[in-house]
Design a protein around this ligand. Structure first.
Ligand code: UDP
Length: 247
């Protein structure tokens, strides 16, 4: 299973949610490394102007998943068959459920002080058998990096979820990937904020109508600048179709 949709030069793995959860759980149990990026349109656009980030997505990570309606649209528009979105938050929650079932320790790194702990508390309510091996907030200095890596390794966690925002989380995971013991390394953006209840996700009908971006914009108008990446993404993908091998 190694089909990829190449979107603006980023090779996105064509996986369904179920396939992603199955592979990542299996690999973690087998202690096989998976460095995962859930690539939404914003991330793909960031990679267009950030060569280091592009290299991480193209060469360094093990799985790039189609996060968001924009990425799924682009894949299909470019002639690939991308069946569904594998949203970072949903994947995170599904993996926590599996981790609880399979007795895999998880580590929560990121968010404002207290948020990872609140997310862990909520996760324990939802899956009482879950082993949250450690939590740490995401506001630290580079001098603290190695101590954090040590702490994560000492926790025995098999899955590390880093919520530092993109591209910071992927750059941090990439920089320490060879020193980090957990099998799964995954950036999850603002997911601790959502799980802890600090930030609400769009209602299901808005998600189904592909309007989650509108909900986030209404809730956090300061995101407007960042969201300009979305129309730019559409324009770039339209241009890209002319040179897409699959179109
Ligand atoms: N964050 C962090 N350390 C930082 C910068 C950000 O832990 O130095 C956290 C922030 O508290 C928030 C998350 O990273 O929980 C980023 O959330 P956002 O919704 O912006 O993520 P994205 O849109 O990239 O998924």
């Amino acid at each position: 299973m190694d089909k990829k949709a190449v979107i603006l030069d980023i090779p996105v793995d064509i996986y369904t949610m179920d396939q992603a959860v199955e592979r990542l759980t299996k690999d973690t149990i087998a202690r096989k490394r998976d460095f995962v990026v859930t690539a939404n349109a914003e991330i793909i656009m960031m990679a267009q102007t950030d060569a280091d980030y592009k290299k991480i997505l193209c060469e360094r990570c093990d799985l790039v998943l189609p996060d968001g309606a924009g990425t799924v649209w682009a894949g299909n528009y470019l002639g690939y068959d991308v069946p569904e979105r594998v949203a970072g938050y949903d994947l995170y929650v599904n993996l926590l459920e599996k981790a609880a079932q399979e007795n895999i320790g998880v580590y929560f790194l990121g968010g404002k002080p207290g948020v990872a702990d609140a997310a862990a508390k909520k996760a324990k309510e939802l899956w009482p058998s879950l082993n949250v091996a450690g939590c740490r907030h995401g506001y630290f200095k580079p001098e603290e990096d190695l101590e954090i890596v040590k702490e994560i390794n000492a926790s025995g966690a098999g899955m590390l979820f880093a919520a530092l925002g993109a591209p910071k989380q992927e750059k941090w995971l990439d920089a320490y990937s060879s020193q980090l013991a957990p099998s799964l390394l995954m950036g999850i953006g603002g997911s601790f904020d959502v799980l802890s209840g600090n930030v609400k996700r769009a209602p299901k009908w808005m998600q189904d109508a592909r309007l989650e971006w509108l909900y986030r914009l209404l809730k956090e108008p300061s995101r407007f600048g960042r969201m300009l990446a979305l129309p730019k993404f559409v324009l770039e993908v339209r241009k890209y179709r002319k040179k897409s091998p699959a179109a």
